[in-house]
Design a protein around this ligand. Sequence first.
Ligand code: HAM
Length: 417
Amino acid sequence: MPKIIPPPGVSDIFPEEITAWYELEAAARKVFPLYGFGEIRPPIFEFTEVFQRGLGGETEVVQKEMYTFEDRGGRSLTLRPEGTAGVMRALAGTDAANGVEHRVFYMGPMFRGERPAAGRKRQFHQTGVENVGHEANPGLDAECIAMLCHFLQEAGITGYNLLLNTRGVQSDRPASEKVLAEHFRAHLDEMCDDCKERINRNIWRILDCKQECCRKIIETAPDPAEFFSQESKDYFAKVCDLLAKQNIPFTVDRRLVRGLDYYVHTVFELTHSGLGGQSAIAGGGRYELTLPGLKKPLPGVGFAAGMERLLIVREALGVKAPEARHPQLFLASLGEKALAFNSELAAKLRKQGISAALEYEAKSMKSQMRSADRLKADYVLVIGDSELEQGRANLKCMADGNETAVSFDELATVLAK
Ligand code: HAM
C-alpha cells in the first residue's frame, strides 16, 4: 500500500503505541497532584508577542524555530514552542500577579521548526509543571526537582543525570558578562561564526555551544557564578543542600545556561545516555517572565519533560507497556438468524463492559476465524441455529484452544473473570 507521509518532523501515534503514552500521562496525573498541582489546558496557539516577550527575542527558539502565521484578521499568531509562556499568560490575569501561589501542570503538543533527528521532532509532546506567583525560594526550587525525579521513577525511568547550575539574577549579570567577554574576545578568531555574533547579542549562549572549536575555549572560561552577589550564591548553596538532604544526586555544571532567556537562579537539565544524540529528557528552572500588560515580571519555577524522549529511554531500559486493548470476544455467526442475534448480543455485552467484535455480513467460518485472529480476540463463540435453540454455545479460548459450554445469560459474568 502506498504510504502517505506527513510533513518532516511530525508523526502519527498508532493504537499499538498509545498504551506507553497512557502510562506516562498516568504517572504525571498521579505524581503532580501529590504536590498540590492541578492540570491546566492552555491553548495550542497564542499571540506571537507572548513568546517573543516571554522567551526573549534573542533566543534560538524565537529567532529560528517558531511556527508563526497571520490569521484572517491580520493577527500574528504562533503555535506554542513550549508551555511556560502560555501558562504565564493565562495566570497573569489571576491573583498570581499579586503574589498568590498557583501550582499547575500540563501535557500536550509543542512545535519547533528544528532539523528533525532521532528524538528531535517538529511536533513533540511535553509534560510540565509551573509553580507561579510565589516569590523566589530555594525550597520551592528543590521541591520542583524532587517532583521531576518522583515522576520519572513512577514512569519507570532510571539512570539519568541531573545537571544543576545558577544563572543568578539580572543585577548579577553585568560583572560576570564583563569577565566572560574579556575571555572570549581574546579567542575570537578561533571561535565559530555563531559565537562571534553571540558575543555582542547574548554572550551566555556561547557557554552552550557544541562546536569543537569553541568547546576548548569554553572549558577555560572563568566561572560566571563566582562574580554573582553573595545572596545569589547563598540561594544556590541552599538548593544544593536541600537536594543532598533528600538524597537526590546532582552534578553542578557551570556551563549549563539553558536555551530560554527567562531563567534566574536555579537551572537544571536531566540527561540520559539511552537517548543517543539528543541527551536532554527534561529541563527547567526558576524564571521571571515579562508579559505584555504586566507591571512587573511574574516569578515561577517549573520544568518540562519531552514525552517522545522519555518513551525512547523507557524502551532502551526494557520497560514494557501493556499491549493495546483487543476484543475479549469474537462472535462468529452461522447463518442470518445467528448474525442478527450476535449483533444484539455484542451491543448488550459492550454495555456490560465486555469488548466484543463480529462481522456484519454473512461470511464463511474460515474467514470469520481469520478476523478473530487479526483482531487478537481472547475468545470466540460460534453461534448457529442449534446454539440459538439451546441458549448456550462453546466458548473457545484462543490461547490454548480449550472450549467450555456457556449459556448466553452467564456469558458476561464468565468473561468478566
Ligand atoms: P526545553 O529544555 O526547551 O524547556 O524543553 C524541555 C524538554 O522538551 C527537553 O528537555 C526535551 O526533552 C523536550 N524537547 C524540546 N525540544 C524538542 C524537540 N524538538 N523534539 C523532541 N523533544 C523536545 C522548556 O520547554 C521550558 N518551557 C521548560 C520549563 C518549564 N522551564 C520552566 N518551566
